[in-house]
Ligand binder design. Structure first.
Ligand code: C5P
Length: 220
């Protein structure tokens, strides 16, 4: 099939992906173990169904798919600004592992080991990008969030869907024993207002394909 052909032809889908990096000083930052693999696979699958994809990504291990409108960011604040600028969209998938906190004060010079004791890092809360987009006038018709949990996965993810106001939540157990974070497979439950749909463990690309097809179906 030609590029931009398929059930999502003419649709704009926004995808966030990867971790964010929150600077401490010019040479240090806070990060997390997100590889960006699931987000990149989702963008790829959406492209394959003909969507125009805006891909807003933090510093990921995995390359962005060819053919997306690529916006690279470092911090949660930059990701939020990029997401707002990318709207309107028909659908949005928030696969990024956004840092919950940033430094309350970043400093312009490298923090020195000066013998005056240990530095104390003070945190400030980052904006919740997903929740803020769901509360917007420009909320896309279908908004999909992720919930990476290590305990009570379904309960936590169900509560998270309501709290954030998104349509679907893709819930997964990221306990180290699952090998999911940084791995090539995922084991997810899709949560909507109608309940929880448990998908078998499969490749991240297969999760992406199935999710993209469901998005196409929901947009009609
Ligand atoms: O609250 P928690 O981080 O578990 O929520 C995960 C979902 O919310 C993911 O879809 C993530 O991309 C999104 N999120 C966000 N901005 C934040 C925190 C999470 O968009 N600051």
């Amino acid at each position: 099939a030609a590029v931009n052909d398929g059930p999502l032809k003419g649709r704009h889908v926004l995808v966030t992906s990867g971790p964010t990096h929150e600077p401490i000083d010019p040479v240090r930052y806070i990060a997390n173990r997100s590889s960006g693999a699931q987000g990149a696979a989702i963008a790829q699958a959406l492209l394959g169904l003909g969507a125009k994809v805006t891909f807003v990504t933090g510093p990921a291990d995995v390359a962005a798919p060819m053919g997306v409108d690529l916006i690279e960011v470092q911090t949660a604040a930059q990701m939020q600004a990029a997401v707002k600028a990318a709207l309107p969209a028909d659908a949005a998938v928030f696969a990024a592992a956004v840092a919950d906190w940033r430094m309350a004060n970043t400093v312009d010079e490298k923090i020195k080991k000066d013998g005056n004791g240990l530095p104390v890092l003070e945190f400030a809360e980052n904006p919740d990008i997903l929740a803020s987009v769901c509360a917007e006038k420009q909320k896309p018709k279908l908004v999909v969030g992720f919930a990476a949990e290590t305990q009570d996965v379904i309960e936590n993810a169900t509560a998270k869907r309501k709290r954030k106001g998104c349509d679907w939540i893709v819930a997964n157990d990221v306990s180290p024993s699952t090998g999911i974070m940084g791995g090539s497979e995922n084991d997810v439950t899709l949560i909507s207002k109608d309940g929880a749909e448990d998908w078998p463990r499969m490749g991240k690309d297969q999760v992406a394909q199935r999710l993209a097809e469901k998005i196409a179906e929901a947009l009609g």
